[in-house]
Design a protein around this ligand. Structure first.
Ligand SMILES: C[S@@+](CC[C@H](N)C(=O)[O-])C[C@H]1O[C@@H](n2cnc3c(N)ncnc32)[C@H](O)[C@@H]1O
Length: 345
């Protein structure tokens, strides 16, 4: 890995053009940032699109990114680190100036953090399933992050034709998650009754820690202010009603945690945007384990992550949507942030 660190340890973006060998190794980073601009940021965050294109076109910024370990070269991680420390860059020139002046602190934060997020909006797509199960429920979330998806009954939802509020919402400002739902979606009339909740994660986040809460907010892209506002409100609720999230692996820690759930509630093991990070062998072991536990299994993942579930569809799944399934049976396509649900049958 080439380094752009100067003798003083500070980052000095050089003015000289890239050499041929640098050109070859920077080519991948340039493509990655262009792909990010074109396929991820476009239409979602105009600023991130502009910044990513600027990195792809700047020798100095490419040099900085190339000096990071490969897994840390992700555009959203690098941009979040800059924003967390110095505020959101106004434009590419501002980004280049911040990286030139503050390369070392940005690098340190990139190395210390990851793009681990928690999206409470996904509760809007879980709720139609949760409300139809025999009540009360014992919720066990694997890959829970900060545990914000363990509090679905404490948020409000706007499904267009129906709005749902927490049963006892006096005295606090529940975030309202908008979710476009097709006609077939069984929109719940009342909140599920949750009597127990717990999560497991390799790295549980604590929203009572101001630094961790601020980092979670920084991971919401510029241009998504309403989403950031709802995240702040959900974190506020979570600080008042902290969900229990234990440190552990979803295969190795699951059985012990499930054993602490009350026997007279429906055990629901659920996860969203998690199995992508787990290798296929562990995914299969996990699916087996959930079945052995005898609870209800709700998965909300990209269709390619659980091919045996996607194989049960009679339509081609779209890559830009998650597949919601109950006990391995597909029930709906969902927006990855919980912004939509299209019930299948
Ligand atoms: C993209 S986040 C999704 C968080 C949350 N499920 C949500 O929907 O907002 C993925 C989470 O999965 C966790 N994770 C990844 N692999 C894991 C494993 N083997 N066991 C437990 N948690 C894992 C990560 O630490 C991270 O918190």
């Amino acid at each position: 890995m080439s380094s752009a660190r100067g003798e003083s340890g500070n980052f000095h973006p050089p003015n000289r053009p890239l050499s041929d060998s640098h050109e070859a190794s920077f080519g991948e980073i340039r493509s990655r940032y262009r792909r990010f601009a074109e396929h991820e940021a476009k239409g979602v965050s105009p600023l991130y699109e502009q910044l990513a294109r600027a990195v792809a076109g700047s020798d100095a910024l490419l040099r900085f990114v190339a000096s990071l370990p490969e897994p840390k070269q992700q555009p959203n991680l690098v941009f979040a680190a800059v924003r967390h420390l110095y505020g959101t860059p106004r434009d590419p020139a501002h980004l280049a100036g911040l990286v030139e002046r503050h390369g070392e602190p940005v690098r340190a934060l990139v190395l210390a953090r990851s793009t681990q997020t928690n999206e409470p909006g996904r509760c809007a797509t879980l709720l139609p399933v949760l409300a139809r199960l025999p009540q009360p429920l014992a919720l066990l979330e694997v890959g829970a992050s900060a545990g914000l998806c363990l509090l679905p009954d404490l948020y409000a939802y706007d499904y267009g034709r129906v709005c749902l509020r927490p049963d006892n919402d006096d005295g606090y400002d529940a975030p309202v998650f908008p979710c476009r739902a097709n006609e077939r979606t069984p929109i719940p009339e009342r909140m599920p009754r949750i009597v127990w909740r717990a999560g497991i994660d390799l790295n549980p986040l604590d929203v009572a820690d101001p630094e961790e809460a601020a980092w979670l907010q920084t991971l919401v892209w510029p241009g998504q202010e309403a989403r950031a506002q709802r995240l702040r409100a959900a974190m506020e609720i979570s600080r008042a009603h902290p969900p229990r999230v234990v440190k552990g692996d979803l295969v190795h820690g699951l059985r012990a945690l499930a054993a602490t759930a009350p026997a007279d509630a429906t055990l629901v093991v659920f996860h969203s945007a998690v199995l992508f990070y787990v290798d296929p062998g562990q995914r299969a072991r996990f699916a087996e384990l959930v079945r052995e536990l005898g609870g209800v299994w709700i998965s909300n993942e990209s269709p390619s992550v659980l091919p045996q579930v996607a194989a049960r569809l009679d339509v081609e799944p779209r890559e830009d949507r998650f597949l919601l399934a109950v006990d391995g049976e597909p029930v709906a396509f969902t927006g990855p942030h919980g912004q939509s649900i299209d019930w299948i049958s």
